[in-house]
Design a protein around this ligand. Structure first.
Ligand code: FE2
Ligand code: FE2
Length: 158
């Protein structure tokens, strides 16, 4: 069909929350694989996880969280913002230690703790912050934040 120009039409960006959830799924999968991985495979997975987390937490902290914080009126909603930032900080602290540890048992324990930390944080976002964000933010705003984050993500990945 003449009107259908494959590849020229820009793909519609997912809304902010859908985009962040996609990232969470990806990281959950990688963290699940990390626990039993050893040697070069472990190194590769760790590198991927580190990149994914860095990009994801950056777009949240630069774009999504400030918009959420601004839209939030209730004390409880604002509290979720401050807790989320602190949890990112804890992950940042733990990440550089992922290769410390003399034994395979220690490395495995570190992978388990990282997984628990990240999963707890992502679950809280999905069960608490994101539903609140849907309440306090307009659909259009979530859509344009999604577009901004997608663009920023592409920059950061490049
Ligand atoms: Fe987060
Ligand atoms: Fe997140």
């Amino acid at each position: 069909m003449a009107s259908k120009k494959a590849g020229t039409k820009k793909k519609a960006a997912p809304d902010a929350i859908a985009l962040l959830k996609q990232d969470h799924e990806k990281v959950r999968t990688l963290l699940g694989q990390l626990e039993n991985a050893t040697g070069p495979r472990r190194q590769k997975l760790l590198g991927q996880i580190e990149t994914e987390l860095k990009v994801h937490t950056t777009i949240e902290e630069e774009i999504f969280y400030p918009a959420y914080h601004q839209a939030a009126r209730k004390k409880e909603d604002k509290k979720l913002f401050f807790e989320a930032i602190q949890e990112h900080h804890v992950v940042d602290l733990v990440m550089p230690e992922m290769n410390d540890g003399a034994s395979p048992e220690e490395l495995k324990a570190r992978a388990k703790v990282l997984k628990d930390l990240v999963e707890h944080h992502a679950d809280e976002e999905e069960k608490e912050m994101f539903p609140r964000a849907r309440k306090v933010m307009e659909r259009d705003e979530l859509r344009s934040l999604g577009e901004m984050m997608l663009r920023r993500k592409e920059d950061l990945m490049a």
